[in-house]
Design a protein around this ligand. Structure first.
Ligand code: NFD
Length: 273
């Protein structure tokens, strides 16, 4: 895929927006003194002149320690397998009760951007490729520049989460709502802290873009990979709850996909109105 060619300007601008609290996110005094030029420099520091498929795990540590992902107690929301329509991100943006990685400082800066290191350079002399980056697959390019960023940021998000946490999963995800190879499964869930996380709430949502009601519920809270996840978390000593088609998410899905059989007074899970 293409690289974001003006990424330095975008990162700088987003950094200024965030530290000046222009976004309405919970805005911490800690961030006010962030030097955006230094932050952007540290963002690139660990990946310059690096093979874009062999990024060290700690490449972004200096950057992430300058602007760590921080969420308010009881609001941290993870998601997995539901990327297509940005539903969790959009719900979180207008719901103070939920915070996703994309609204934390580092998540906001890097969201929807594409970048990678380059050993041969692309003429800029900056050790980055501003034109094109290798496509990620776990086989061909496992430790790619971008994956290393989201992996480390996700780990920090999970590690600092306190109180109730949430995870939004796609009931119709091919191969199971809880995907063993996902970042949620491999990085976020294992880094939750049993001593401070009071409950893990699983929000199992249908894919509202699928029009056929019978096929809508591939998984429920009591079967398949979701049941496996609940047992996995309970074995780790977490309190776990699971809700199918929760109204906290459904209202936005129905605003986006108003003709879905999951919307309206006769829909499963909906109160009759
Ligand atoms: P997904 P998830 N390397 O829907 N997050 O649980 C690369 F390069 O399966 C946020 O994996 O859910 N890409 C963002 C990967 C990105 C890899 C990633 C990997 N090893 C993670 N694994 C973001 N904002 O962009 C997955 N992907 C790609 C955090 C996959 O192709 C969030 O806190 C898809 O485009 C969230 O709780 C995207 O990552 C959780 O991790 C999501 O894959 C979602 O990762």
């Amino acid at each position: 895929p293409g690289a974001t060619h003006n990424i330095t300007d975008i990162l700088t601008g987003r950094c200024e927006e965030y530290r000046k609290c222009l976004l309405g996110e919970p805005c911490l005094p800690f961030y006010r003194n962030v030097k955006c030029r230094a932050a952007v420099e540290s963002f690139f520091k660990g990946i310059r002149n690096m093979d874009p498929c062999a990024t060290p795990d700690n490449a972004y540590d200096e950057f992430l320690n300058m602007v760590p992902p921080t969420t308010v107690r009881g609001t941290t929301m993870f998601w997995s397998g539901v990327m297509g329509n940005n539903i969790p991100q959009d719900v979180a943006q207008v719901t103070p009760e939920f915070s996703v990685l994309e609204e934390t400082f580092p998540g906001y800066m890097a969201g929807n951007l594409s970048w990678c290191g380059a050993t041969d350079g692309d003429g800029t002399g900056l050790g980055l490729n501003f034109t094109v980056c290798p496509t990620w697959t776990s086989e061909t390019c496992p430790n790619n520049t971008k994956a290393a960023f989201w992996a480390r940021a996700s780990k920090m998000l999970a590690t600092q989460a306190v109180g109730d946490v949430y995870v939004v999963l796609n009931a119709q995800r091919a191969g199971g709502a809880f995907n063993n190879g996902s970042i949620f499964a491999t990085i976020e869930a294992p880094n939750l802290n049993q001593d401070v996380v009071t409950n893990v709430a699983i929000y199992l949502i249908p894919d509202f873009q699928l029009a056929i009601p019978n096929e809508m519920y591939a998984e429920t809270c009591t079967n398949g990979s979701v049941l496996y996840l609940q047992n996995f978390l309970m074995n780790m000593n977490f309190n776990v709850t699971c809700e199918e088609n929760p109204k906290e998410i459904m209202w936005l899905q129905c605003a986006r996909f108003a003709n879905s059989p999951y919307c309206g007074p006769y829909a499963k899970g909906n109160p009759v109105v």
